[in-house]
Design a binder for this molecule. Sequence first.
Ligand SMILES: NC(=O)c1ccc[n+]([C@@H]2O[C@H](COP(=O)([O-])OP(=O)(O)OC[C@H]3O[C@@H](n4cnc5c(N)ncnc54)[C@H](OP(=O)(O)O)[C@@H]3O)[C@@H](O)[C@H]2O)c1
Length: 414
Amino acid sequence: MNDKKLRIGLFGFGCVGQGLYDIFTQTAFSAEIVKICVKDPSKQRPIAADYFTYNADEILENPSINLIVELIDDAEAAYQIVKTAMLAGKDVVTANKKMLALHLDELIALQEETGTSLLYEAAACGSIPIVRNLAEYYDNELLHSVSGIFNGSSNYILTKVIDEKRSYDEALAQAQDLGFAETDPTLDVAGYDAAYKLCLLTAQAYGIVVSPASIFRYGIQGVGQEDIQYAREKGYKIKLIAYVGKIDEQTITLLVMPHFVEQTHYLFDVNYEYNGVIVEAAFSDKQTFVGKGAGGHPTGSAVLSDISACRYNYKYEYRKRLRPQPLHVSQEVFLEVYVRYRNPEDMEIFNFVEVKESFHGQSYGYHIGTVRLTDLIAIQDTLEKREVFIAHLGDKPQKEPTADKQQKKVFSIA
Ligand SMILES: NC(=O)c1ccc[n+]([C@@H]2O[C@H](COP(=O)([O-])OP(=O)(O)OC[C@H]3O[C@@H](n4cnc5c(N)ncnc54)[C@H](OP(=O)(O)O)[C@@H]3O)[C@@H](O)[C@H]2O)c1
């Protein structure tokens, strides 16, 4: 089979677009970038002006362009570009997880309908080749769970704040300067970005398309000095972890929230902009993938891998969606959590099934105990408005609360 000759229309020439262009110039990769569509005509560009257009149709209506590489930071505009391109019979490579997660069902159907291919390795965990692995390698494996650090910016911030004792604002500004953070950093630190990626990996791992809005999502914005102090005293680190896993043969559960991880945890030493994915399966046991999750070159390398796959008409087939007995999603699980508060009234919204440990100090306190995920989902909208911080302790969500025979510990400082 001869490789297809690729003529590329590129959308976006920011952090990832320029990273990809750089990789093209440093490798002998044979594909031609015909035109680049950007937004702001007043910006200085580092390459010849005749590469650029500000009119998307100049690329989308050019019949000689057979591959669209979409690397813009606007999910709605990206959706229109990707849809128009696929309807015009062009293959698409994109890094836009928000756009994909919000429209995944429709885009999978469009791929089928148009015979085009829609690839998005760079949209989940930057340089880590996890999408194609879940789609292909683990096809027949009995996957217990896929979890990990999916957002490079929040991991960068947490590393700076915990390991280097920097302030949260300073760490966020550095993540933005280095091009790791999304244009709107709330997408990173509030856990949206990780939830979008979790949707993409869930579709590949389990054949289920989940709406990002249905996932419990709690980010790192509320982390305070008291929580960092608690983590240091116990020898933990705080990591923002996305999780999808089976709770029984027919059911999976999903969540995104901070986690206190112990030194023996596979993700303990995954720091800065690195991402880490743990795949747990029945026979291969635990496998870990670690790599840079953000930045122009690491993300560009995953885009290049997809472009390369388009030369031989590769596409995701979503075979797990055709299972005779599809899995379903449940949030009826129990979590062991740490909840720190400054105002005792803020604790009234929490419904603990059991409290194992409590601390009441002059300026703050915390409870450690078991909660239902459904109860956290019910208060999700109010959580970010309260002066609390919640982190998951323990291994994974449980179908039943773990029976704890130990006596409840209560500490207080008058
Ligand atoms: N940065 C990372 O580390 C990273 C990692 C993984 C995935 N991603 C994803 O990659 C994509 C690009 O991110 P980025 O960090 O490269 O963003 P960025 O640095 O902000 O660059 C965005 C680019 O998109 C262009 N653009 C915006 N709206 C446009 C429109 N309607 N039509 C044409 N061009 C438009 C901008 O044009 P101007 O140059 O004219 O402003 C700019 O060149 C996003 O989906 C992001 O989620 C990024």
